[in-house]
Design a protein around this ligand. Structure first.
Ligand code: SF4
Ligand code: SF4
Length: 374
């Protein structure tokens, strides 16, 4: 790992550790070929392709619950390619755990009958479908899969008919960020109430892997950041008009700094905050498809459920990570962080209001309707 990139801190303070969420990469398999993704078909060597072992799922969930965990987020790869995905959902439901989100590429409608739809309805709050462009040809090309847009459109209809909440997520690539406002309009016409945007990061989406080659070509370069800002402002206006909720208010605050600092030693949080600490590993555990435990999606594993209990990993192996973060010492990969950034922003505003007073006031003004742009 590269050396820390943050400002030196004054006094380390220990924040409360309270496990709440697990983000589980249920599989590393995927049928799509998105050029910016480490899980794309044909990218991972055969020995690194795996599905989360079903026999570990029940014991993991029981321990997760005992430690205070409540919310599950299931992702991949393409999670619906896990051959026992529906058993996993059934077990989660039996444990009384809420699956807050499944993130999917929307290609697996054929794997869902009445039983599966009912299971989703009963155990899952929202299914998040990844869409790169509202234009079928562009989406298909970006995803490396002919007919993917047609499939996801049918998938969304199928879920909505079954009364299941659908969200859309979008990666802001250099090629397609200009479609952001059109995407909002398309989502609205498809009955989708929430769209989440995220920039394309430079590091790998999985702490133990190398980033795919040439990922830089998907990132928005500095000479196009004004255009990105204009596109997101237009999308934000469209979202307000059409009453589609988004993460744009916050994202627009930090995305320029994020893009400018990509791959450099400068830590983008430091342009936004006078004092920033990361609390993700205080509340969330990231679980790999072979039982690896990560502090977050970008940082290397601290251990594996194959060798240690979740309790030992959560209370033991993760603690040096938290101690380091509480001193304000980040990893270079943190410069590519989008993992739960909104929660981190809120947490920092609440915990360090004096140090971040300007941002706190703007946030308050925006959310009380006194400020139209954030
Ligand atoms: S971004 Fe999603 S759909 Fe695309 S290759 Fe990666 S896991 Fe598959
Ligand atoms: S990558 Fe983000 S979530 Fe992970 S440790 Fe760094 S700042 Fe925290």
């Amino acid at each position: 790992m590269a050396p820390p990139t943050a400002r030196p801190a004054s006094k380390p303070r220990r924040a409360r550790v309270a496990l709440r969420r697990a983000v589980v990469f249920v599989t590393t398999h995927c049928n799509f070929r998105c050029g910016f993704c480490e899980f794309a078909a044909g990218t991972l060597p055969r020995e690194r392709k795996r599905h989360f072992p079903l026999e570990m799922w029940g014991p993991f969930l029981t321990e997760f619950k005992t430690l205070g965990g409540r919310e599950l987020y299931l992702t991949g790869g393409e999670p619906l390619m896990h051959p026992q995905f529906w058993e996993m959902l059934t077990i989660a439901g039996r444990e009384g755990l809420s699956v807050h989100r499944i993130t999917t590429n929307g290609s697996m409608a054929k794997r869902m009958g009445e039983h599966e739809l009912q299971l989703i309805r009963e155990t899952v709050r929202a299914v998040q479908v990844s869409v790169d462009s509202p234009r079928a040809g562009e989406h298909d090309q970006s995803r490396g899969f002919d007919g993917s847009f047609e499939r996801l459109s049918a998938f969304i209809v199928q879920l909505q008919r079954a009364g299941i909440m659908v969200h859309v997520s979008n990666v802001l690539t250099r090629e397609l960020f200009a479609r952001s406002a059109d995407l909002i309009a398309w989502a609205h016409s498809a009955g989708v109430k929430h769209v989440n945007f995220q920039p394309c990061n430079w590091s790998a989406n999985y702490g133990d892997y190398e980033a795919v080659e040439d990922k830089v070509r998907y990132q928005v370069p500095s000479q196009e950041l004004d255009a990105l800002d204009a596109a997101l402002a237009e999308a934000h206006r469209a979202a307000r008009r059409l009453r589609v909720t988004t993460n744009l208010p916050l994202l627009r605050r930090w995305v320029r700094a994020f893009c400018e600092c990509q791959g450099t030693e400068e830590f983008f949080f430091n342009r936004m905050f006078r004092r920033f600490r990361c609390y993700v590993p205080h509340t969330t555990v990231y679980v790999g498809s072979d039982g690896e435990i990560f502090p977050c999606t970008l940082i290397r594993r601290v251990g594996t459920l194959r060798e240690s209990s979740l309790r030992d990993l959560w209370l033991g192996a993760m603690q040096p990570v938290r101690d380091r973060l509480e001193k304000g010492a980040f990893w270079r990969e943190c410069n590519s962080c989008y993992c739960d950034f909104p929660a981190n922003v809120r947490h920092n505003l609440v915990r360090h209001p004096a140090g971040n007073a300007g941002l706190a006031l703007r946030t308050l003004a925006y959310y009380t309707g006194r400020l139209r742009t954030y």
